[in-house]
Design a protein around this ligand. Structure first.
Ligand SMILES: Nc1nc2c(c(=O)[nH]1)N[C@H]1C(S)=C(S)[C@@H](COP(=O)(O)O)O[C@H]1N2
Ligand SMILES: [Mo]
Length: 534
């Protein structure tokens, strides 16, 4: 095959492979320049104008419901890291493609770079908190990226032409090619490394610029003015592997759409009550702390929690009843919903009568387990409503309560396939023994938690291998708004066994065995564990 026409007429085909790789590299360098220039300028324009996370959040909000459920179920709470990695790979691939296209079919690569940067511009300008200047860093970054792409392409071209030579002017000495190569590599290396370095420094400056951890550390919360719920000593059975009755803040599940945790300074935080009210109200953080605060133990649960899942936790919340603020604002007749909005654009729709109910714990919380809210759990202020899933009630970094109607408004998740109303379903979970555990025969404690916040748990039963239901012993609770631990001393005989649990709440309702997925309004079914007894 040595005499094939291909090798005769195109003697440098073997060399064009590495040139294609270098073209891809030039595209990646150009993309790094776009991001780095934008990041550096964002130091001056404002950290919210950085395109990096804006694009990620943009994608999260645009993602069709099915895709988001898939990502959440695949990656659990690590879904954000997964999204950023996927996005990074996609951007790298597009940048490499832009570099190759720019070498082969100019100016198609430039066009591609401008298009991708254009999406970033759209993302930064549509984020909540964007100002008129937010587009500037990304637009200038794009201009710089295009200039670098074209400059690198010119150097690559010279290298290519000298390597190929031409009939009139045969390939020159390899020293010339070496020189061309060096000119390209030096430029690509300088721009790539230089901008990556500057970009990383700027990124850490932008991240630090907004951080509110110091403001949070400086806060001294007042004590509750109403009696603090006593946690009975018998609420925590203290069994190995059993979730504690009160979940410490660092272990508390976290679910939100925020790629970057919103940094809201308590000094500048305000909450407005707007919409269908007689009096619009605005309060500051100091105003809120000066009000008589209450403390309540409330179990918070995510609607995405699978049967047996861990997107649920119980904490002591310090805050002020929303009902009192609503009473000041005086909702107009006809209103039936409060749309709470977070600084990050997330919204939740909560029934107005639930928030006005004197028997319902529904607070603007400032404290969690004795300290200011952790930043990722909504600092400085979030909502906590007993008995409702978080997506319809637990708005973190809350900044506005709009009194409205279910007919006129909907919360973030409703158009994405979730129910407008989200009462927490009565459920139970087995914590010990672990799924697939091997235990010695004899007395084995089977234990877990059961919950029906705002209603309370009446009874928990366990059955082995679909036998008779056996009543478990319930631990104490501080009240109906929290989960309850339960335990059953099981006389375990050798063999493979299946354990199942079901709870009955204070209304007399016993958990259905019907298996339902989380969407649209919460999973149902009995939690199950397979264990080996030897
Ligand atoms: N701003 C904001 N608040 C939010 C959310 C969100 O995505 N953004 N998610 C809600 C959902 S779905 C749940 S389950 C709870 C979780 O609260 P946690 O992260 O403190 O456990 O927050 C709610 N509040
Ligand atoms: Mo949730």
């Amino acid at each position: 095959m040595s005499g094939s026409p291909d090798t005769q007429t195109r003697p440098v085909t073997t060399r064009s492979a590495p040139l294609t790789v270098w073209a891809a590299v030039s595209g990646v360098v150009a993309a790094v320049v776009v991001l780095a220039v934008a990041e550096v300028l964002a130091v001056f324009v404002g950290s919210e104008s950085s395109p990096l996370f804006a694009v990620g959040s943009f994608v999260i909000d645009l993602a069709p419901p099915g895709v988001k459920d898939l990502v959440i179920s695949l990656f659990g709470t690590g879904d954000k890291v997964a999204l950023l990695v996927l996005l990074g790979i996609l951007v790298l691939a597009l940048a490499a493609l832009a570099g190759i296209l720019e070498l082969r079919r100019p100016p198609v690569g430039t066009v591609l770079l401008v298009l991708v940067s254009g999406i970033a511009v759209l993302a930064v300008t549509t984020r909540s908190g964007a100002s008129g200047f937010s587009a500037l860093p990304t637009v200038l970054g794009m201009v710089a990226g295009v200039l670098v792409l074209r400059m690198l392409r010119a150097r690559l071209r010279t290298w290519q032409q000298d390597a190929e030579g031409s009939p009139a002017n045969p390939a020159p000495m390899s020293t010339q090619i070496g020189l061309d190569r060096r000119r390209f590599l030096v430029a690509a290396g300088a721009f790539g490394v230089g901008s990556a370095f500057a970009g990383l420094i700027a990124r850490s400056m932008n991240a630090a610029a907004g951080a509110v951890s110091a403001a949070r550390d400086a806060i001294l919360l007042p004590a509750a003015t109403t009696p603090v719920p006593a946690v009975p000593s018998g609420a925590d059975l203290g069994l190995d592997g059993l979730t504690p009755y009160i979940v410490p803040n660092p272990d508390f599940y976290r679910i939100d759409t925020a790629l970057q945790v919103p940094q809201v300074d308590s000094a500048s935080w305000t909450l407005t009550i707007t919409g269908q009210v007689e009096n619009e109200i605005e309060i500051t953080f100091d105003d809120l702390l000066a009000l008589p605060l209450e403390e309540h133990l409330v179990t918070l649960s995510c609607v995405s929690n699978e049967v047996g899942g861990d997107l649920i936790g119980n904490a002591l919340w310090l805050g002020y009843p929303i009902r009192e603020l609503l009473a000041r604002a005086k909702p107009l007749a006809g209103a039936d919903m409060v749309l709470s909005t977070s600084v990050d654009g997330f919204t939740a729709g909560t029934p107005l009568d639930t928030l006005q109910d004197a028997d319902r714990v529904a607070i603007l919380a400032v404290g969690m387990n004795g300290e200011p809210l952790p930043v990722e759990h909504g600092f400085p202020v979030r909502m906590v409503v007993a008995g409702l899933y978080g997506y319809v009630s637990a708005t973190k970094w809350v900044s506005e309560l709009k009194v409205t109607t279910f007919a006129a408004d909907e919360g973030y998740w409703t158009p994405r396939g979730w129910s407008a109303l989200g009462p927490i379903k009565t459920e139970s979970r087995i914590d010990v023994p672990r799924q697939g555990a091997s235990v010695a025969s004899g007395t084995v404690p089977v234990a877990g938690v059961a919950w029906s916040p705002h209603t309370g748990i009446e009874k928990v039963e366990v059955r082995v291998d679909e036998g008779e239901w056996m009543p478990a012993r319930l631990a104490d609770t501080a009240g109906v708004d929290t989960w309850v631990q339960w335990v059953l001393d099981w006389d375990a005989a050798p063999g493979q066994h299946t354990l199942e649990v079901r709870a009955t709440d204070a209304s007399g309702y016993t958990q259905t065995s019907d298996q339902a997925p989380p969407a649209p309004d919460g999973a149902t079914g009995w939690a199950r564990r397979a264990v080996t007894v030897s």
